[in-house]
Design a protein around this ligand. Structure first.
Ligand code: HAM
Length: 428
């Protein structure tokens, strides 16, 4: 067997107990925050029909799909949760009480080029609201992102949420001259300009002006689009957007609502946020560490037409995905990663085989009645070794049963923190 067979595939992770404790700590916060906001958890298979993900806007996520054919079926590992949730909403659309608030904590697979914070599998916490067209939904979701950042111990200035609106750009381009004749090219245009940071201005211009590409606009129009990305004040967009723009009003309202949540100093307008997924239709946002040393911690936005594009009814939707990898990197950089020690209440040790039945009864009682986490020493061992192991495992108590204690109907209880020793009657 080649050595590589014994490694996890590149870009994927094993979780040893200490890793899993940390992951549980983070997921515990994901779940607690979502529940505090009144969301319910759902789940779906990690495997979906490939067709659920197929879209035509040139998104990177589709080139990164883990796909395969089995018994004439084309299947794929999900690269994100949103299409699966959309599928679940469609299946029960008639009976769901809207607005619907659902969250998920799931693993996603993308065959990425790996860099810091970018793996080939990652977990994502998603919160989505279905059936609410107003930006009150966006505000609630962004507030949940900050509730999580606070809960995991990041300082207030550590993270900013950058907000923009695809609808604002769409109104400007479609009602202006750039895409008046070809509004259907807008999602592909967004996917292209989302690559700005990776391929630079020239790369984006090339994509936008390629006559055989899916956008195909002229040089001057491409310059306008690129210059739009430099806007950092909502007011500066006003001279370009159509009069009475609903998207502009929505953005203003969102910033007002975020102020009411006490978040005004933590959010900024940033026109360079467009997102790389084709389905977004309105407000889009991403959270970044203040120094921008890492990729986005989370990203989301409004996607009011996804359900229809999958053949379902028209239900507006907005949500975000928050990855596990980047937040752990940031917490590590800020020395905010918690210890997450193992929790073990007691080790129960019978000195000899004659005492084993009593040791079993004691372990069973502690587990059942005190709900303790109890490790029963299974084989023959020496006390010194048991003590050292219990100490290493962070156990609080050692329950020791020797022939003398057993004869007296007692068990010796050693508090491993203080060293204090007491006895407890076995019958208790
Ligand atoms: P996304 O921006 O592709 O959005 O992913 C959301 C977050 O997941 C990213 O900000 C990042 O933290 C994390 N993430 C994504 N890919 C990787 C990777 N290869 N390695 C590590 N972390 C990664 C979505 O997936 C949308 N479905 C989110 C959404 C939900 N929009 C509406 N509802």
């Amino acid at each position: 067997m080649s050595k590589s067979r014994l490694q996890p595939p590149r870009g994927t992770r094993d979780f040893y107990p200490e890793d899993l404790r940390r992951r549980d700590w983070l997921f515990g916060h994901f779940r607690a925050v979502a529940r505090r906001f009144g969301f319910e958890e759902v789940d779906a298979p990690i495997l979906e029909h490939e067709g659920l993900f197929t879209r035509k806007a040139g998104e990177e996520i589709l080139e990164q799909l883990y796909r395969f054919e089995l018994h004439d079926r084309r299947l794929a590992l999900r690269p994100e949760m949103t299409p699966s949730i959309a599928r679940m909403v469609i299946a029960r659309a008639g009976s769901l009480r809207l607005p619907l608030r659902w969250f998920t904590v799931t693993q996603n697979w993308r065959y990425e080029r790996m860099t810091r914070g970018r793996k080939r599998e990652h977990y994502q916490w998603n919160m989505d609201i279905w059936g609410e067209p107003a930006v009150t939904a966006e505000a609630e979701l962004i507030a949940a992102v900050f509730a999580l950042l606070d809960a995991v111990g990041l300082a207030r200035p550590d993270v900013r949420v950058r907000i923009s609106s695809r609808a604002l750009l769409e109104e400007t381009l479609v009602q202006g001259t750039v895409l008046r004749d070809r509004p259907e090219a807008f999602p592909a245009l967004c996917v292209a300009i989302d690559k700005f940071e990776r391929i630079g201005e020239d790369g984006v211009r090339e994509l936008l002006t390629d006559p055989d590409g899916s956008v195909g606009i002229g040089e001057a129009d491409a310059s306008f689009v690129v210059s739009w990305l430099g806007l950092r004040k909502l007011e500066d967009s006003a001279e370009h957007v159509p009069a009475g723009s609903p998207a502009y009003a929505d953005l203003r309202r969102l910033f007002e609502l975020l102020d009411a949540y006490g978040l005004a100093d933590r959010v900024v307008f940033d026109a360079s946020i467009v997102r790389g997924l084709a389905y977004y239709t309105g407000i889009v946002f991403e959270a970044f560490d203040a120094a921008r040393s890492l990729r986005a911690l989370c990203g989301g936005g409004r996607y009011d037409r996804l359900l229809e594009s999958l053949g379902g009814p028209s239900i507006p939707a907005v949500g975000f995905g928050f990855g596990d990898v980047v937040i752990l990197e940031l917490l590590s950089d800020r020395e905010r990663l918690p210890e997450c020690p193992r929790r073990l209440d007691a080790v129960v040790f019978a000195l000899g085989e004659a005492e084993r039945p009593s040791a079993i009864r004691i372990a069973t009682a502690l587990r059942r009645e005190r709900n303790w986490s109890v490790e029963l020493v299974l084989g023959a061992s020496r006390l010194k070794r048991v003590l050292a192991d219990a100490d290493r495992a962070g156990a609080r108590f050692l329950y020791l049963l020797g022939p003398e204690e057993a004869a007296r109907g007692e068990v010796l209880v050693r508090d491993l923190e203080s060293g204090e020793q007491t006895t407890e009657p076995i019958s208790d």
